[in-house]
Design a protein around this ligand. Structure first.
Ligand code: SF4
Ligand code: SF4
Ligand code: FES
Length: 227
């Protein structure tokens, strides 16, 4: 195989890797055995938060290692864990008000709107937008804007006010999902059907099916159209 090798630097150490690889694959190609900083490999879990810069450019960039291709002269460092403050609470003991989010995360009031968090987010989330919605007490809006957050913590690592807004947004989505979101009538109906055993025979058939046939059925499944 003809591979175009490029120079990259992992924690300051020089390596040559194929230019077709993602950062995550390049780390493994270079011999790193990752036990932290890797999870789904599909851009969903937020485990592979990475900070990099390209030689000759002082700008720091932020990415998910599993979703970003290497480029020549990258200086790479992974942040497999960020020790963000996380207050304890019991969702079942909360009333589900916007004020409770601010009571549990009062530091949100320190936000001075610099927007660094939004620029750091590898998911292109309007982070300042959801922080502002939390401050205005608009839980539905904050839950909606932060919906694609994968809890990578990059926005927290860059915040000059040290706000753990991804955790506050998670609390907001929990409150919204458990107390405020409209109930889904068809979901309740489907749960009742499952409990009544309507799909029992079909499930048994699937459980006994060989893997290849199961994969074929999965690939050919009907996917709900996007609204
Ligand atoms: S980086 Fe911190 S202080 Fe700046 S806008 Fe975001 S939350 Fe507010
Ligand atoms: S909002 Fe923050 S924690 Fe969530 S994906 Fe964006 S940078 Fe990561
Ligand atoms: S490994 Fe899960 S987002 Fe990259």
């Amino acid at each position: 195989m003809n591979e175009n090798l490029i120079d990259i630097y992992i924690m300051g150490e020089h390596h040559q890797v194929p230019d077709s690889l993602t950062i995550l694959q390049a780390l493994e190609y270079a011999g790193y055995r990752l036990t932290r900083g890797v999870g789904c490999r599909g851009g969903f879990c937020g485990a592979c938060a990475t900070v990099y810069r390209v030689n000759g450019d002082y700008h720091l960039k932020f990415a998910l290692a599993c979703q970003t291709k290497v480029e020549p002269n990258m200086q790479l460092a992974m942040i497999p864990f960020f020790p963000a403050h996380r207050p304890r609470y019991r969702l079942s003991e909360l009333k589900g008000t916007a004020q409770e989010v601010l009571d549990i995360y009062p530091e949100l009031l320190r936000c001075y709107g610099c927007n660094t968090c939004t620029k750091s987010c590898p998911q292109d989330i309007d982070v300042l937008g959801y922080v502002s919605a939390l401050l205005r007490g608009e839980l539905a809006s904050a839950a909606d804007i932060s919906f694609d957050c994968i809890m990578c913590g990059l926005c927290v690592s860059r915040c000059p006010a040290e706000l753990v807004k991804h955790h506050a947004a998670l609390l907001c989505r929990r409150i919204y999902g458990s107390r405020l979101a409209p109930r889904s009538a068809h979901l309740n109906q489907r749960i009742a059907e499952i409990r009544a055993g309507k799909f029992k025979a079909e499930l048994e058939q699937l459980k006994n099916m060989d893997r290849k046939r199961l994969q074929e059925l999965y690939a050919a499944r009907e996917v709900e159209p996007e609204e």
